[in-house]
Ligand binder design. Structure first.
Ligand SMILES: Nc1ncnc2c1ncn2[C@@H]1O[C@H](COP(=O)(O)OP(=O)(O)O)[C@@H](O)[C@H]1O
Ligand SMILES: [Mg+2]
Length: 749
């Protein structure tokens, strides 16, 4: 009998039986002996699931376990009843018949433990044979035979009352024949397989009911997106190669892990991750090669590399999470506590909320948390139950919460940063705003308005901030203050922006040496002089310094940031009443740009929309709402799904008056410029859709296009002292067609 233990995971009791070194594989469908071991064990252990482990594990689910448990109960009853004892077989206690009957029943009983179906067939055929003899027997022997038949009947009924036998009979009726081998068990005991060194389980249940809507590959792993006819959420199933390898490869993986465990790279620092990984992978390839040779397993170089990649994933990498965090179509991943109960779920940029086929185990959670702790240099324990930091190699924000904050134990949330910044043109394309509004925002940025982007979490504030940053001329110096690294600075630098990032301490979580507070960082930023100031998220006290600086004009050019709220008024309230900024300092904000997830007509799907653009006027003292301090330029009409522009009111605009005074630009010129910028963006969107060229709207190209627009405009200004927007758009349009689009098409080949 193999060693076994009962483990509790995610509220489920699991019987784990260890088949390493056993002559049988860990498969109860295949081997009668294994089924017998399990059924015998189930007579004493009350469990919800069965796990048979070798170099991989087979996990039998609650239903399968229940089937076997019923069989084990029948076994116990037969034993308690003593079905083979003479009193159940014959009145004549010395006859040859008795010993024949005794042998038959005992043989059925023994078969039952490893092959209940065969035992059932044996009962049936024994009954048939005995009935046929009946007629020929003298009356007293007939009576004696009835006693035996009653025993067989009792055994048959007991078995027929189990779910497993009922199911099998149904199945066979459909099949129309009786199998002679254990094939039938394979139909009933198909189990989820996982390598034993991986904690998490994946499952493929009920896929027949699902409709496959998409499939693609991430890191060599197949991803399947399914829909269920009656469910709102979609299904995101992965099938990583490590879950379906032949046994000898599991053996090699396990051995390799044992060998390399000694130099497990627990403390590799961020900067070294990629390099370290390359190094360790080489070590693994060599180790796997040696082990394969020692054990006479033939492996190609490619197979060695594939296995080494798997070992790397589960030693130096992030395990199964690495696969989903590498799928950049995902925006968020959530793992709730208690672990192992519910599958991981995620938000897909195209398919919305999805349930996955991954059950994340507490074992894997423990190991990933210790990796996170080492990588972040931050504590995570009962005194510090929040761990909040960036994984730069996966461009992901990690949030882990633990006890006592999370009552049911550790839970995870991951936010995947988009690896290229959003652009206004992309927002027009996904209908977050119309092109006229995009032109307006572009103009605000250019005219150095200070703007706060307002919205709830996930409404797209940070994304919009990135897009607005891309409207800045590339020659400006940008100072970016963020506590969490969400703005894709490396990509923006590559495009040609001059960005200085000041990383600040998150307001929650533990203090780490070397991190400065947002407030101190801002003071430093202001001393850096004339530059654009971007505040990733205005959260707390730094708002006072920020507003003070804006008010006295210490910040040279544009100031932009995001803030949590739902309207211009709500952020005034927050900034003044919660964060302690003097009410009139709030006037340093020129515009509040508000975004929100909208559910159209009560649809379950949320679409992100800009819902308000409001100017903060300058002539009020206490309460902008009471004193007519807000001027709404645009407001959202959900019925039309449109942001309506209220041009007629703009005579009251202080900002337009200021522009006229400082720059000599008239209101008509402003709107002509806004309109032209909007038309330019619209043209890119239309071309992208017509030609199927999504890259046209990507940051790199839309920035090039915008720079070209500014250049052509500047040339007109120099030559004519004014701008003819029609001509400008015509010239710019030809350049887009003849140069930009051609180039992109050429690159595609
Ligand atoms: N208009 C949009 N359409 C689709 N996805 C969007 C849109 N705007 C933002 N997103 C995505 O939504 C997620 C949350 O956006 P983010 O800008 O971080 O929100 P916030 O800063 O308001 O919390 C990101 O993954 C982002 O890529
Ligand atoms: Mg944000």
């Amino acid at each position: 009998m193999p060693e076994s233990v009962v483990k509790t995971e995610g509220g489920k009791k699991r019987l784990v039986m260890d088949y390493r070194g056993s002559p049988y594989g860990a498969d109860l469908a295949q081997y009668a002996q294994v089924m017998q071991d399990v059924i015998d064990k189930l007579r004493e252990a009350d469990v919800d699931e069965i796990v048979l482990s070798e170099y991989y594990e087979r996990v039998y689910d609650a239903e399968q376990t229940l089937w076997l448990k019923e069989i084990s109960e029948v076994v116990s009853e037969f034993e308690a009843e003593g079905v083979w004892s003479p009193r159940h077989l014959s009145k004549d206690q010395r006859s040859k018949t008795l010993s024949q009957r005794h042998d038959a029943v005992l043989s059925i009983f023994n078969t039952l433990r490893g092959d209940p179906f065969k035992a059932y067939l044996m009962i049936i055929s024994e009954m048939k044979a005995q009935m046929q003899r009946m007629q020929a027997l003298p009356p007293e022997e007939q009576e004696d035979l009835k006693l035996y038949l009653a025993t067989l009947e009792y055994m048959r009924d007991k078995l027929e009352n189990t779910k497993l036998l009922r199911k099998m009979k149904e199945y066979l009726q459909q099949l129309g024949s009786i199998p002679t081998d254990r094939g039938i068990y394979h139909s009933f005991f198909e189990a989820a397989i996982k390598p034993s060194f991986i904690g998490s389980q994946i499952f493929f249940t009920e896929t027949e009911k699902l409709e496959l809507v998409d499939q693609y590959e991430v890191l060599g792993t197949k991803v399947y997106i399914y829909r269920h006819p009656d469910k709102v959420e979609s299904f995101y199933f992965i099938n990583p190669p490590e879950y379906s390898l032949p046994p000898e490869k599991y053996f090699l993986l396990e051995k390799t892990k044992e060998v390399v465990a000694a130099h497990r790279p627990e403390n590799v620092e961020f900067f070294d991750i990629t390099q370290a990984r390359r190094y360790f992978k080489k070590v693994y390839v060599a180790t796997i090669g040696d082990l394969a040779a020692q054990n006479n397993i033939a492996l190609s170089q490619e197979e060695r590399e594939e296995l080494a990649e798997i070992v790397a994933r589960y030693t130096i990498g992030y395990g199964i999470l690495e696969i989903i965090l590498s799928d950049r179509r995902i925006t968020d991943v959530y793992i709730d506590s208690p672990l192992g109960m519910k599958p991981i779920y995620l938000v897909h940029s195209k398919y919305g909320q999805c349930q996955t086929n991954i059950l994340f185990s507490s074992e894997e959670a423990r190991s990933i948390v210790s990796r996170f702790r080492a990588l972040s240099g931050r504590p995570f324990d009962e005194a510090h139950p929040i761990l909040d930091f960036d994984l730069p190699d996966l461009q992901t924000r990690v949030a882990v919460i633990g006890k006592p904050l999370a009552l049911d134990g550790t839970a995870f949330a991951f936010r995947l940063h988009k690896d290229t910044p959003w652009t206004l043109a992309q927002f027009v394309d996904v209908k977050m705003m119309d092109s006229y509004t995009a032109g307006m925002l572009s103009f605000f940025v250019d005219a150095q308005a200070s703007q706060l982007i307002v919205g709830s979490r996930g409404s797209g504030k940070t994304s919009l901030l990135q897009a607005m940053m891309l409207e800045l001329p590339q020659n400006l110096r940008i100072i970016l203050q963020e506590d969490t690294q969400e703005i894709p600075v490396p990509q923006m630098k590559k495009i040609g922006y001059n960005i200085q990032r000041l990383k600040t301490r998150p307001p929650l979580g533990a203090v780490v040496e070397g991190e400065v507070s947002a407030e101190d960082a801002l003071r430093t930023a202001l001393r850096l002089g004339d530059s654009v100031l971007i505040v990733g998220e205005v959260r707390s006290k730094e708002a006072i310094a920020l507003y003070e600086a804006m008010r006295i004009g210490a910040v040279g050019n544009t100031v932009m940031g995001t803030i949590h709220g739902e309207s211009a008024y709500s952020i005034w309230d927050r900034v003044v009443n919660d964060l302690g900024v003097p009410s009139t300092s709030f006037k340093a904000t020129d515009f509040a740009v508000v975004s929100a997830p909208i559910r159209f007509k009560g649809s379950l799907e949320r679409k992100r929309r800009l819902i308000e653009i409001t100017e903060v006027k300058k002539e009020w003292n206490e309460d902008p709402l009471a004193e007519n301090g807000f001027l709404t330029w645009s407001s959202f009409d959900a019925g039309k799904d449109a942001l309506e522009f209220n041009q007629s009111k703009l005579g009251e605009s202080d900002w337009l008056a200021k522009l006229k005074k400082l720059r000599g630009i008239t209101v008509d010129e402003v709107f002509s410029e806004i309109r032209a910028r909007g038309l330019a963006k619209q043209r890119l969107v239309d071309l992208k859709n017509k030609l199927g060229l999504p890259e046209l709207l990507e940051a790199e190209n839309s920035v090039t296009a915008h720079a070209k627009y500014l250049l052509l405009r500047e040339m007109q200004l120099q030559e004519n002292g004014g701008v003819d927007h029609e001509l400008l758009l015509k010239n710019w349009g030809s350049w887009v067609d003849d140069s930009l689009v051609r180039e992109l098409q050429r690159r595609r080949g």
